[in-house]
Design a protein around this ligand. Sequence first.
Ligand SMILES: NC(=O)C1=CN([C@@H]2O[C@H](COP(=O)(O)OP(=O)(O)OC[C@H]3O[C@@H](n4cnc5c(N)ncnc54)[C@H](OP(=O)(O)O)[C@@H]3O)[C@@H](O)[C@H]2O)C=CC1
Ligand SMILES: Cc1cn([C@H]2C[C@H](O)[C@@H](COP(=O)(O)OP(=O)(O)O[C@H]3O[C@@H](C)C(=O)[C@@H](O)[C@H]3O)O2)c(=O)[nH]c1=O
Length: 283
Amino acid sequence: MGTILVFGGTGQLGQCLQHVAQERRLTNLVFLPEAQANILNVATLTAEFARHQPAYVINCAAYTAVDKAEDEVDLARRVNCDGVENLARLCASHGSTLIHISTDFVFAGTGNQPLLETDEAAPISIYGLTKLEGEQAIAVHTSQYFILRTSWLYSEYANNFVKTMLKLGRERDELKVIWDQAGTPTYAIDLAGCILTIIETRNQEFGIYHYSNEGLTSWYDFAKAIFELSNTPVRVLPILTVEYPTKAARPAYSVMDKTKAKTRLQVTIPHWRDSLKECLSRL
Ligand SMILES: NC(=O)C1=CN([C@@H]2O[C@H](COP(=O)(O)OP(=O)(O)OC[C@H]3O[C@@H](n4cnc5c(N)ncnc54)[C@H](OP(=O)(O)O)[C@@H]3O)[C@@H](O)[C@H]2O)C=CC1
Ligand SMILES: Cc1cn([C@H]2C[C@H](O)[C@@H](COP(=O)(O)OP(=O)(O)O[C@H]3O[C@@H](C)C(=O)[C@@H](O)[C@H]3O)O2)c(=O)[nH]c1=O
């Protein structure tokens, strides 16, 4: 199978990858220590590629602070686009397959039908824009890539909506959560499984894929499910996006069609509620 070099290993998805790799007894993943893992440092990257000659590179590194990105445009662009380009160039010159993660936030979210990989991307935030630029940089510099666009990622690791809700639910009697943004949560452990399946099955069907859990919901209904399944006695009130002003705009509808992933990547995808139950049982 060759060496699998992972960037962004200390983030949420990176930690899920470590977990699933251990479960599957995969020993050829290399999680670089932070000093060697900066995707902006071309000299270090070049040395690490030369040292490991990776068959696969998994990029979990990203600038993910959606609101902060509106003020830190340069940094967001450097990490989500320039850093990704560095990896794509090195993958091309070493014959490595790049598995990269992108987002539902590349879409404007103005439609009401599940989004296909071929649908027009038209980001409405700096985060979404820089992630789209990263996708485009990959396509320019290498042909051996999988880009997995995912959405509403959560897990027992790092910071995410589920952990925020559980914390707020313990501290407050009442919460207000947006109900007019529809999408699909994704358990990062399921996504990590999908990534490793691509490698284990030596899949060669390169390209862009949509991967989230099955079904669709709103942030409000997601929050309700989190509290119901964790027996947290907090009142949740549905509010409109306009009642919860944020620096960055979010797509109103970002449900993705996963037919391509299901037919070409040999993955079965759990319903978001089943995966949420699984995550809560581990928290
Ligand atoms: N979280 C979500 O809801 C969603 C995420 N995604 C995408 O999924 C992927 C994984 O996200 P997730 O694990 O949740 O994100 P996290 O923010 O948890 O992890 C990102 C990691 O990237 C690291 N990083 C930042 N800058 C650099 C750099 N220059 N070089 C190397 N590493 C760097 C961060 O380190 P540090 O913390 O030290 O800065 C962090 O460990 C990302 O591509 C993200 O865009 C897509 C849809 C939803
Ligand atoms: C905490 C909170 C959030 N919200 C809303 C705001 C927002 O619309 C939604 C989710 O808020 P968060 O800030 O947790 O999540 P956000 O940063 O918008 O999540 C996004 O992250 C990036 C990285 C992605 O790629 C996306 O797929 C998506 O997961 O919930 C409430 O309505 N009430 C609340 O109390």
